[in-house]
Design a protein around this ligand. Structure first.
Ligand code: NAD
Ligand code: TDX
Length: 345
């Protein structure tokens, strides 16, 4: 089945969105791509660097909460891939207003316009976090939504609105719920890039709680191949989990990062836990495997690639780490690190 001839990618200047745009641009030479992004603190045009000069790519700066902007951007697009969101759990704990605005109201606005325009496909990029914490059993698509923090509650609101639009207006929605992504261009506020760049800088690595929380890490390229496939072949109205199928503790990932960057001067420091910290996310992605998808990248090899990318792109992350991020870091980690306890190796 051929890919779409024209797509709208919201949030395309962020981490996963920019990786997805790059993939589609390379693999589908006839596809025109419109990117709609508000360029919040998380959006970065450098993530799209060479692509923006190409005639197949159009960039629109604007918010998915603005119906006028969304209407213009959606014109002529066969499919919408909605990546735009506020995405950092810690920031949602500090203040959740923008999360509700973008992740719920923004999704609603996009759905409304997509229905008016009559797009062929609306792919909602959601998260395994909507299921809450797993307790020894993998999440399936039938697992009830029990979000545990304001970010995942907002994403759940977006998902439910998608299901409501499918049910009420037959909007051709498909929902994807992926596990934790990592890879090039991920914002340094997130666990893996923060730990890699801190280790390069010789700074302490702030590990929440006992460090035994588990995540099912998926390399971003594997997530993007799943999104491409679900965009083309997913059943309308359905949900698809996207996971690598192997959870591991944060402590183990932190130790692997230090091992790759040996001899790093950094220490792992246990600090006060995140409030409401979900203990584990574990995914059953067998429904997606039946569509013909599998991962290409093993975790250890992909982590090495990711570390190499951050080593090769210091300018990119040093710019992101300066300015407003420095204040955020001091506010969020300063006291906790001073009161933290170094891990004995
Ligand atoms: P990100 O924070 O790196 O990027 C988000 C992008 O959305 C940024 O470019 C930002 O400028 C843009 N944006 C924010 N508010 C907007 C608005 N109102 N209108 C238009 N653009 C706006 O996020 P990411 O990690 O790339 O995540 C992308 C999507 O994937 C999100 O929907 C997220 O919930 C989902 N997801 C992420 C992960 C992960 O591990 N990173 C896992 C599962 C699901
Ligand atoms: O400094 C840190 N120390 C630490 O121990 C940070 C930033 C995180 N952690 C822990 C918390 C989590 O258990 O590492 C784990 C991963 O944290 P994040 O990178 O913040 O990701 P998470 O909270 O799991 O959410 C991510 O995956 C699901 C994305 O940020 C979401 O957008 C996505 O939906």
């Amino acid at each position: 089945m051929a890919f779409f001839e024209s797509i709208l990618v919201t949030g395309g200047a962020g981490f996963i969105g920019s990786n997805f745009v790059r993939r589609v641009f390379k693999r589908h030479r006839r596809c025109r791509i419109t990117i709609l992004d508000a360029l919040t603190y998380a959006g970065n045009l450098e993530n799209l660097a060479s692509l923006l000069d190409d005639e197949r790519v159009t960039f629109v700066k604007g918010s998915i909460t603005d119906p006028q902007v969304v209407r213009t951007a959606t014109q002529g697009c066969e499919a919408v891939f909605n990546f735009a969101a506020e995405t950092h759990v810690d920031r949602s704990i500090a203040e959740a207003g923008t999360f509700i605005q973008t992740d719920v109201f923004g999704t609603y606005t996009l759905l409304r316009v997509a229905s008016e325009v009559g797009v062929k496909r609306f792919v909602q990029i959601s998260t395994d976090e909507v299921y809450g914490s797993s307790h020894g059993e993998d999440f399936t698509e039938a697992t009830p939504l029990t979000p545990g923090n304001p970010y995942s509650a907002s994403k759940s609101g977006g998902d439910l609105m998608c299901q409501a639009f499918f049910n009420t207006f037959e909007t051709p929605v498909v929902i994807t719920r992926s596990s934790n992504n990592f890879g090039p261009y991920q914002h340094v506020e997130k666990f893996i890039p923060l730990f890699i760049t801190n280790a390069i800088e010789g700074k302490d690595l702030p590990l929440y709680g006992d460090g035994l929380h588990k995540r099912d890490w998926i390399y971003v390229e594997d997530n993007c191949s799943a999104l491409e496939l679900i965009g083309m072949r997913g059943v309308t109205g359905d949900v698809y989990n996207i996971g690598a199928g192997k959870s591991q503790t944060n402590l183990s990932v932190a130790e692997k990062i230090l091992e790759i960057l040996r001899p790093a001067r950094s220490r792992i420091v246990f600090i006060e836990d995140r409030k409401g910290h979900d203990r584990a996310y574990e995914m059953d992605s067998s429904k997606l495997h039946k569509l013909g998808w599998k991962t290409e990248f093993a975790f250890d090899e992909a982590l090495e690639k990711t570390v190499a990318w951050y080593k090769d792109n210091e300018e990119w992350w040093r710019r992101v780490k300066s300015g407003a991020f420095r204040d955020y870091y001091e506010q969020h980690y300063g006291d906790r690190l001073r009161k933290g306890k170094a891990h004995d190796v």
